[in-house]
Design a binder for this molecule. Structure first.
Ligand SMILES: Cc1cc2nc3c(=O)[nH]c(=O)nc-3n(C[C@H](O)[C@H](O)[C@H](O)COP(=O)(O)OP(=O)(O)OC[C@H]3O[C@@H](n4cnc5c(N)ncnc54)[C@H](O)[C@@H]3O)c2cc1C
Length: 500
C-alpha cells in the first residue's frame, strides 16, 4: 500500500492539469483524491463544441509539436485519436518552431488578392526578427518588449530595402498584420506587452501541429474514463482555501466552496487559470499568499485570444488555402493595437484559418482576434459581430454580396472561471516569476507542515506555458512532488515539524 494512501488530496479545477494530477496520484495508490470543479464539465480550456452539425474547437486547437517528446501526442496516439498523417515520421520530424508553413492568401482593404510571395520581403524579415527576439534571454535586452524591438529593427533594416514608395508601404502594412497575428499566437494584447528577454523562455517541440479529428475533448474523455467514478464534484466552485490551519478546524487545509460546504485536506493542488488567480487571489487564500508569489501572479501575463467561426454557402478562397490574412493598406504604422476600439475593433481580426477537411466541414473559416479589441467583441451581440464580419469580408474580397450563413464565437475573457485565454511572459518577467508561481506553500524555509497548497496549470510550466502539454506536465509534476513526499526515503528523512 502507498504511504500516501490515506492522504486527503483536493485538486481544484478539472482541466487537463487537474486531470493529469489525479490520474497519476490514483494510479500510484492514493485513495482519497477528489477534484472540485466550478463548472458542469471536465476539460476547462479544452472545449469541443457544436457549430451546426460540425464539431469545432472553442478552446485548444492543435497539438503544438506532435512528436515523441510531447506527452499529449503520446497519449493521443495511445488512445487512437490522431489521423494516420499526424503519426508519420516525416510530420513528427518537422521542426516548425511554432509557425507551421501553411498555404496562405492575402486580401487587402482595397479588395486585392495577393499571394504571400508578393509580400515575402516583409514575411522573411518578420521571421528573422521573431527568431532573433527569442535570443535575449541571457544576453540582456536592448528593448523591454518584443514589439519595440521589432519596430526599431524594421525601421533600421528596411530604410534601404523598402523605398518610401507604395511597395515599401505595403510591406509595412503586412508587418502590421503579422504583429497582430503574433498577438493571437502568444495571447498578449500587443507585442509591446511581451517581454523581450522572457519571450525566449518558451520552447517549441518538433512536429507539424495537428488537430484531433474527433475533437480535443476525446483526450479528456479517455483520461477521465480511467479515473474512478465520482472523483469529480461538478458545479462546486471553491471560494477560499484556508491553509496553515487558519480556520482552526481539524485539517491543516480546509477548502471552502461557494454555498459554505467545507472539504478537509492534507494537500490541495490549485490548477485554476492565472487569469482567475489575478482577479481572485486575495479572497481565494487565507492567509494571503506570500508577497513574492502575489507579485509574480500580477507580473506574469495572461491575455485573450478568441475565435469567430463563420460558415459560408460556398468558398471565396482557393481550395488548397489554409490561412487567409487581411492587410489594411492604410495602416503602415506597425502598431498592433486599435485606437478607437468600439469603432474599429474589427481591424484587430487578422484573418482566418480554414477549417479542414472541407468534405467534412463544408465551408467554415475560423477568425482570430486577440487583446482588448477581443474583449470588446465579446460584449457585442452575435448579430453585431456577424454584421462586422460581413462588411469586412465584402470589403477585402471586393465582392459586395458575400454573406455568411452563420457565426459562433468564443468569449474567454468573460468566462468567470478563466478570465482570458492563456499566459504569456510580459515585460519585466523572468523565469523566477514562473518558479514563484509553481512554488508550493508554505515554503520550505518555514516550520509549518510542508506542501499544504501546490500549484499546477499551464502558467506554471517554465517553457511550455500556454499549451495543453505544458498544463499536463505541471499536473504530473505536482503529483510527483506528493509521491516523493510520501516515498519511504523521504518519510524517513523528515524531521517532525512543529505546527505554527
Ligand atoms: C482559444 C484558445 C486556443 C488555444 N489553443 C491551444 C492550442 O492550439 N494548443 C495548445 O496546446 N493549447 C492551446 N490553448 C491553451 C490550452 O487550452 C491551455 O493551456 C490548457 O487547456 C490549460 O489547462 P489547465 O488545466 O492549466 O487550465 P484549465 O483548462 O483552464 O482548467 C482549470 C479549471 O479550473 C476550473 N476553475 C476555475 N476556478 C475555479 C474555482 N474557483 N473552483 C473550482 N474550479 C475552478 C475551471 O473551470 C477549469 O475547468 C488554447 C486556449 C484557448 C483559450
Amino acid at each position: 500500500m502507498s504511504l500516501g494512501a490515506d492522504a486527503r488530496i483536493v485538486i481544484i479545477g478539472c482541466g487537463i492539469s487537474g486531470i493529469a494530477a489525479a490520474h497519476r496520484l490514483i494510479k500510484a495508490g492514493f485513495n482519497h483524491v477528489r477534484i472540485l470543479e466550478a463548472t458542469g464539465r471536465s476539460g476547462g480550456r479544452i472545449k469541443t463544441g457544436k457549430f451546426g452539425d460540425n464539431i469545432v474547437e472553442i478552446g485548444a486547437n492543435w497539438i503544438h509539436g506532435p512528436s515523441k517528446e510531447n506527452p499529449v501526442f503520446c497519449l493521443a496516439q495511445q488512445y487512437g485519436l490522431l489521423s494516420p498523417e499526424a503519426l508519420t515520421p516525416e510530420n513528427q520530424a518537422m521542426d516548425v518552431g511554432g509557425h507551421p508553413p501553411w498555404i496562405s492568401s492575402v486580401f487587402t482593404s482595397t479588395g486585392r488578392k495577393m499571394s504571400l510571395d508578393d509580400l515575402s520581403p516583409a514575411v522573411e524579415m518578420y521571421k528573422e526578427l521573431l527568431d532573433e527576439s527569442t535570443q535575449f534571454l541571457e544576453r540582456g535586452e536592448p528593448w523591454p518588449s518584443v514589439g519595440q524591438f521589432i519596430r526599431a529593427e524594421v525601421l533600421q533594416r528596411s530604410a534601404e530595402k523598402w523605398k518610401a514608395d507604395n511597395a515599401g508601404c505595403l510591406q509595412r502594412c503586412m508587418f502590421t498584420t503579422l504583429l497582430k497575428v503574433e498577438c493571437c499566437i502568444c495571447g498578449s494584447h500587443t507585442l509591446d506587452d511581451l517581454g523581450l528577454g522572457a519571450s525566449g523562455l518558451y520552447k517549441s517541440i518538433p512536429g507539424l501541429d495537428c488537430t484531433f479529428p474527433g475533437g480535443y475533448e476525446g483526450l479528456v474523455r479517455n483520461l477521465m474514463s480511467e479515473l474512478p467514478a465520482g472523483v469529480v464534484s461538478y458545479n462546486q466552485p471553491v471560494s477560499c482555501i484556508h491553509w496553515n490551519n487558519s480556520d482552526k478546524r481539524d485539517a491543516q487545509v480546509n477548502v471552502e466552496c461557494h454555498g459554505g460546504k467545507v472539504v478537509a485536506a492534507d494537500h490541495v493542488i490549485v490548477t485554476v487559470p492565472l487569469g482567475y488567480l489575478k482577479k481572485h487571489h486575495t479572497s481565494l487564500f487565507r492567509p494571503p499568499l506570500p508577497l513574492h508569489k502575489i507579485h509574480s501572479i500580477q507580473r506574469f501575463g495572461f491575455g485573450t485570444n478568441n475565435k469567430i467561426f463563420v460558415e459560408f454557402d460556398s468558398p471565396w478562397w482557393d481550395e488548397d488555402c489554409e490561412v487567409i490574412y487581411f492587410v489594411w493598406e492604410d495602416d503602415d504604422t506597425m502598431v498592433d493595437q486599435v485606437e478607437d476600439v468600439p469603432g474599429s475593433w474589427i481591424k484587430k481580426l487578422v484573418g482566418f484559418t480554414v477549417v479542414k477537411p472541407s468534405e467534412r466541414y463544408g465551408h467554415i473559416l475560423c477568425g482570430w482576434i486577440a487583446g482588448k479589441e477581443s474583449h470588446y467583441m465579446e460584449t457585442l451581440s452575435e448579430q453585431e459581430v456577424m454584421y462586422a464580419i460581413t462588411q469586412l469580408v465584402r470589403r477585402f474580397t471586393g465582392n459586395p454580396i458575400i454573406t455568411p450563413r452563420k457565426i459562433m464565437r468564443s468569449q474567454w475573457f468573460h468566462d468567470p472561471w478563466t478570465c482570458g485565454s492563456y499566459s504569456y511572459p510580459s515585460r519585466g518577467c523572468s523565469l523566477q516569476d514562473i518558479e514563484n508561481l509553481m512554488e508550493p506553500v508554505p515554503s520550505k524555509q518555514t516550520l509549518s507542515q510542508p506542501l499544504q497548497v501546490l500549484f499546477a496549470g499551464e502558467a506554471t510550466h517554465p517553457s511550455y506555458f500556454s499549451t495543453v502539454h505544458g498544463a499536463l506536465l505541471t499536473g504530473w509534476r505536482e503529483a510527483d512532488r506528493l509521491l516523493a513526499h510520501y516515498s519511504p526515503a523521504a518519510r524517513s528523512e523528515q524531521p517532525t515539524k512543529s505546527k505554527l
